[in-house]
Design a protein around this ligand. Structure first.
Ligand SMILES: Nc1ncnc2c1ncn2[C@@H]1O[C@H](COP(=O)(O)OP(=O)(O)OP(=O)(O)O)[C@@H](O)[C@H]1O
Ligand SMILES: [Mg+2]
Length: 353
């Protein structure tokens, strides 16, 4: 599916989202939570970009900022050629239908007092001048598209199972024919048996409607299944971004290597030889990230430069980006000799594994 000759639909450049920390009765600003700190990526039309990383690394904040559910601290966000990064909400309103979000918890994101039909038609009420009959026809069409029985249009969310509720959320997100959907952990709250159904539905809809997804998840196996390219976040920054297979088969950044080493291998032969990399210490607070590389306090391969200079996200192999000094120096010394492609040579040493 990954075909980078395609047109970019979403271009994020230098995105920062800081939340102020205030103290005292005058709520004086004493610092910032740097939830997203200088993130750049492109999503091509029809593609699924995965966004993975541990809890609290800034995935949801990034997804919400890209859709301008927040006012970003800095950076540009181009969607279909228009920079929406600094647009005021009034100017943004007519563009809203193009970009939608599917949330993790359908229970919490659906209004319990509204019927399914009214939930799905809410965006139609807000953004279109359809007649009642037209709206109802559209609601039925959407219910068909996501596999919900039309007869249940007048029921309430609590009468549905978790998977069906997520289908209601997806139908509502589709109501205005969006091009781009941020799926924030869309299956995390569902039973394992239901997860595959919802993922299949999202994939079918993508094929039929030509949708582009930013798929946020900490389920690395699911991301491998559904995404064309994957971005790995650590403490507010992207540390690696690569085509799916390149990332899973030959991760370059020490953090990605550690993260992936925790994923069980389906093949028992390789599973027994799998070396788990256990990282020492905790993730630092996003209010007080380290001076150099954000990963320097836990990196098993840390060098002096890592504690001083933030590494930039650079292309190490075609389409494979990483932000790591180790790879920069390796490139400088060996790129000419080896062509600079493939996995890094250094072998994994599981610390205290
Ligand atoms: N509205 C807010 N105000 C202040 N801090 C926030 C706000 N939203 C998020 N944060 C902080 O920003 C950081 C990133 O949070 P975010 O929810 O984006 O992480 P996440 O990667 O989505 O985590 P999870 O996997 O648990 O959903 C966290 O430290 C969080 O506490
Ligand atoms: Mg989140």
């Amino acid at each position: 599916m990954a075909d980078t000759a395609r047109k970019p639909l979403v271009e994020v450049d230098g995105l920062k989202m800081y939340f102020p920390i205030t103290a005292g009765i005058f709520r004086t600003k004493v610092g910032d939570v740097k939830a997203v700190d200088d993130v750049s990526f492109t999503i091509y039309e029809g593609e699924t970009l995965g966004l993975v990383g541990e809890s609290g690394c800034g995935k949801s904040t990034c997804g919400r900022a890209v859709l301008r559910l927040y006012d970003p601290t800095a950076g540009s966000i181009r969607i279909d050629g228009k920079d929406i990064g600094k647009m005021d909400q009034g100017t943004l309103r007519p563009l809203r239908p193009k970009m939608q979000m599917v949330f993790q918890d359908p229970q919490a994101s659906l209004n319990a007092r509204m019927t399914v039909a009214s939930i799905i038609s809410e965006p139609l009420d807000e953004h279109t001048r359809m007649s009642r009959a037209e709206k109802l026809a559209r609601v039925y069409e959407l219910m068909d598209a996501v596999g919900l029985n039309r007869d249940f249009a007048n029921r309430y969310p609590h009468e549905f199972s978790g998977g069906q509720r997520q289908r209601i959320g997806i139908a509502r997100a589709l109501a205005l024919n969006p091009k781009f959907i941020v799926c924030d952990e869309p299956i995390a709250a569902l039973d394992v048996s239901i997860q595959a159904q919802v993922v299949n539905l999202l994939e079918d809809l993508q094929d039929k409607l030509g949708l582009t997804y930013l798929f946020i998840s900490h389920d690395l196996s699911m991301v491998r299944h559904i995404c064309d390219r994957v971005a790995v976040m650590y403490l507010g920054r992207i540390v690696e971004l690569a085509p799916r297979d390149a990332l899973y088969d030959a991760p370059m950044h020490p953090y990605t290597q550690a993260l992936l080493s925790a994923v069980p291998e389906p093949d028992p032969a390789t599973e027994t030889s799998r070396q788990r990399i256990i990282l020492q210490g905790d993730v630092p607070s996003p209010a007080n990230p380290p001076k150099g590389c954000n990963f320097c306090t836990r990196c098993p391969k840390v060098m002096p430069v890592c504690r001083e200079v933030k590494p930039a996200l650079t292309e190490i192999a075609p389409g494979h980006m990483a932000a790591c000094h180790l790879l920069d120096t390796r490139n400088a010394t060996t790129a000419g000799a080896t062509g600079g492609t493939g996995a890094p040579e250094h072998t994994q040493q599981g610390e205290n594994a």
